[in-house]
Design a protein around this ligand. Sequence first.
Ligand code: HEC
Length: 91
Amino acid sequence: MLICASVPAFAQQADYQNLLNMCKACHGETGESQFSSIPSLKYQNADYLSAQLAAFKSGQRPDKTMSKVAALLSEKDMQQMAKYFSEGKGK
Ligand code: HEC
């Protein structure tokens, strides 16, 4: 019972890490982008970042890459990712 109940939490955490690794591939490990065509996210306001992710997902801010990426994110993912990059974490 206890094990079964905790499976979704583990699965969600694993999904979050996989998604975050995808973000880092483009936006950089800490959100400091190495590519001139990709914006840096490091130290950007968390509220701004999560609002942009929601806008990509809703179609309010269309982008051929980010609209597809944001479609995969839950509201909780967006908040966690916004917090991660706003704090400039990672190596
Ligand atoms: C394939 C490369 C790629 C991946 C993967 C990717 N992004 Fe992006 N991201 C971009 C590009 C390019 C833009 C600029 C879009 C535009 O011009 O509007 C962008 C824009 C953004 C913005 C808006 C920044 C701003 O200053 O307004 C946020 C926030 C963002 N990405 C977060 C994420 C997160 C979180 C993930 C992972 C879930 C992610 N991105 C994955 C390429 C990527």
